[in-house]
Design a binder for this molecule. Sequence first.
Ligand code: LLP
Length: 441
Amino acid sequence: DGPENPPARRVSDWSAERLAGLADEHDTPLYVQDLDRVGENCERLRDAFPDADVRYAVKAHTGRAVLETVREAGLDAECASAGEVDRALAAGFGGDRLHYTAVNPPARDLDYVVGVAEAEPDLTVTVGAVDTLDRLAERGYDGRVCVRVNPGVGAGHHEKVRTGGAAKFGIPSDRAAEATRDAAERFDVVGIHAHAGSGIDSDQLDSHRELVARMGELARELAEPEDADGSPIDLEYVDVGGGFGVPYEEDAPALDLPAVAAATREAVAPLPAGVDLAIEPGRYVVADAGVLLTRVNTVKPTPDERVVGVDAGMTDLLRPAMYDAYHPIRNLGGGRESDGSDAPAPVDRSATPVTVAGPICETGDTLCTDRSLADPARGDLLAVGIAGAYGYEMANQYNSRPRPAEVALDDGTVAVVRRRETLGDLTTVERDANRTDRTEA
Ligand code: LLP
């Protein structure tokens, strides 16, 4: 018997009292990230995939405390940019645990990573275009390379995050074997890679299986070329990407990770001797470890809907505006009744359909529409769940809104790990060039 599939954490599982205390102390909007849960999620992945290399896709949450937790849990780091490599190094990942996935990499990023590789020669660069291989060679790089393949099949929660099959990512599969053999003449080719997309749920397992099967086939073809002239490539691993979904809707079933692992192993088999399976989940590690706390400041009944105005918007959590993503929202109460009485509002007010909207001047700036919530009153605290992945990471300063603060919970302690930005932070990169530093154009 394999490991059981432990349930995902729901927004209702968080202690309302604890969250209310954090909001009172640190103000809102506030991200709360539970490092204990991050550690548990790493364990769940390692239990389900005991014989695979598990790499955390850093882009899902790049906070230092999260990276350190993931490193201590034994996962490697998969980085999408020089900035992410820099953060992973600072969090203590050595080159042997660093994987840099170069997607149309800016020259500056390649220069930086090639520099890092001089000191950390065990670092691996994953490359999805022959141009990128050429650009690495031009910089004198001859180290570890993994070849990213476009598997021709994708999956994910939204078309904008379905990478497999998108021409932007990877070398087309019909040219992958040849490109890998060519690469092996210039670099130490150690792996092949494909990523289907992000937010794969149980309904999309067929696509996942298809991708994994194609990667297994490619690994066998590289190990034992049909063409008598082709020399075999000794791979260390086949990386089948990340994308493992988490349930956002409160009643959605959790992805059956042990079943996904079994299907993955079966689809990739038989791997050539000495070749390991690798995965690189991001969302699964951090999503249900985070909530975003936001305070109701406006309640507006209109003929069509009830609009609940809050202090967090698309600048704090972009996913609903960008992907129509669903995030569970729980009203923790604490506000005053809208009749102006001083009595704290009870949270069992009858559920009402509402639109929760932020402070940004765009119609799309909503956290939910037509959602049934325990009728919010001014001053109520709302907890937006499953906000730990691609939450703070996609936050921005549009409308000159400073980014929110983040606290990390760790074994009964709490620490501010990202301070709230100030109005002063908004202009730190700005220069008064119009007046003082003008040069002839
Ligand atoms: N590996 C590669 C090469 C990737 O591009 C990604 C995600 C991952 C791994 C990790 O995927 P995950 O396990 O987190 O699904 N901002 C979007 C998600 C974009 C994901 C991009 N690539 C969202 O909020 O849904």
